[in-house]
Design a protein around this ligand. Structure first.
Ligand SMILES: Cc1cc2nc3c(=O)[nH]c(=O)nc-3n(C[C@H](O)[C@H](O)[C@H](O)COP(=O)(O)OP(=O)(O)OC[C@H]3O[C@@H](n4cnc5c(N)ncnc54)[C@H](O)[C@@H]3O)c2cc1C
Length: 267
C-alpha cells in the first residue's frame, strides 16, 4: 500500500482541455515602447479582443505582417492555412508567434514584448518600425502551458524569446509554490523583470560572443538542477534545437512524465 505522503506527491489528473476556437482578428498598434534595450513593447487595441483573449498564462498569438501598406491587414478573416502555404512566397505574408505579455480587458489592450535581434527577420524589422496606427491581422489564440493542477515546483527555462511567457507564468503562480528559472541571454542588457508570488530562484546565463542557438550554457545549467520532491512541471521556450534536447533529457533522464514537460522551439 502507498503511504499518504507518496499519494500526495502524485500529479493530479488534468481536467480535459477544451480546444479553443481560433480565428483572425484585426488590431491596431496604439503604443510602442522601448521597454528594455532589446525589447520593444507593442500595445495593440481591438474591440475583437473581447472574449477572444482570456486570462490564461502563456497565451500566444500569430501576427500576420502586412505586405506593403502597414495600415492594411494582410489577410481576410477566413484564413485557411492550407491555402496560405500554397501561396507563392512572394505573395505570402510573413507570420510569427508572440506571447500575450499583458491583457487589459477594461481598455481592450494587449501588450506583446518583441525581442529585437537585428534586421534579419521580418518580425524583428516590423517591431523596430512599428508605430501607432499600424494595422495587424492576428490569428489565434493558443496556449501550451499545462501543469498538473497540484504542481508544487516549476522549472522554467529559455532564451530571450521565452522571457515574456516565463514572466506571465510566474505572475500567476500561487504563493507557497516554488519556481526555478534559468534563462540564457546575450548579456546583462537582456535582463528582464521577473516577479512572482511563488518562491523564486533565477539564474541568468550570458552567452557572450557565442551565437544564439549555438551555446550549450542553458543545456548544461538545466542538467545541473536538483529536482526536488513534490509535483514538478517543466516548461521551456527558446531556440528549437536546445528545447528539443532539454525536453528529451528531462523525460528520459530525469524521470519527468511526457505530459509534465513542455519545451517548445520558438525559433
Ligand atoms: C509560442 C511562441 C511564442 C513566442 N513568443 C515570443 C515573444 O513573446 N516575443 C518574441 O520576441 N518572440 C517570441 N517567439 C519567437 C518568435 O516567433 C521568433 O523569434 C520569430 O522567429 C522571430 O521572427 P523574425 O521574423 O524576427 O525572425 P526569423 O525570420 O524567424 O529569423 C531570421 C533569422 O534570425 C534568427 N532568429 C530568429 N529569432 C531569433 C532570436 N530571438 N534571437 C536570435 N536570432 C533569432 C533565425 O534563426 C534566422 O536566422 C515566440 C515563438 C513561439 C513559437
Amino acid at each position: 500500500m502507498m503511504s499518504e505522503a507518496a499519494v500526495a506527491e502524485k500529479p493530479a489528473r488534468r481536467s480535459r482541455r477544451v480546444r479553443r476556437e481560433t480565428s483572425v482578428v484585426y488590431a491596431e498598434v496604439v503604443r510602442v515602447e522601448q521597454y528594455r534595450p532589446r525589447v520593444r513593447r507593442i500595445t495593440l487595441r481591438s474591440a475583437e479582443f473581447d472574449g477572444w483573449i482570456t486570462d490564461v498564462p502563456d497565451q500566444f498569438i500569430t501576427f500576420i505582417f502586412p505586405m506593403g501598406d502597414r495600415k492594411r491587414p494582410a489577410v481576410g478573416r477566413h484564413l485557411d492555412w492550407d491555402d496560405y502555404f500554397k501561396l507563392d512566397e512572394s505573395e505570402r505574408p510573413h507570420a510569427r508567434n508572440y506571447t500575450v505579455r499583458a491583457w487589459r480587458p477594461d481598455v481592450l489592450e494587449v501588450d506583446v514584448d518583441m525581442i529585437l535581434h537585428g534586421d534579419e527577420g521580418r518580425g524583428s524589422i516590423w517591431a523596430m518600425e512599428a508605430e501607432p496606427g499600424d494595422a495587424l491581422a492576428i490569428w489565434g489564440p493558443r496556449t501550451a502551458y499545462d501543469p498538473p493542477p497540484n504542481v508544487t515546483w516549476h522549472l522554467l527555462f529559455g532564451d530571450e524569446t521565452g522571457l515574456p511567457a516565463i514572466a506571465v507564468i510566474l505572475e500567476q503562480l500561487p504563493a507557497g509554490s516554488a519556481a526555478r528559472v534559468i534563462v540564457e541571454v546575450d548579456g546583462p542588457e537582456c535582463i528582464y523583470p521577473l516577479e512572482s508570488p511563488a518562491d523564486l530562484e533565477v539564474t541568468w546565463l550570458y552567452r557572450g560572443n557565442e551565437h544564439p542557438g549555438k551555446s550549450e550554457a542553458l543545456i548544461d545549467a538545466v542538467r545541473a538542477v536538483a529536482i526536488p520532491e513534490g509535483v514538478c512541471y517543466a516548461w521551456g521556450g527558446g531556440e528549437f534545437r536546445t528545447m528539443q534536447a532539454l525536453g528529451k533529457y528531462l523525460r528520459r533522464e530525469r524521470g519527468f512524465r511526457p505530459s509534465d514537460v513542455t519545451a517548445i522551439g520558438y525559433w
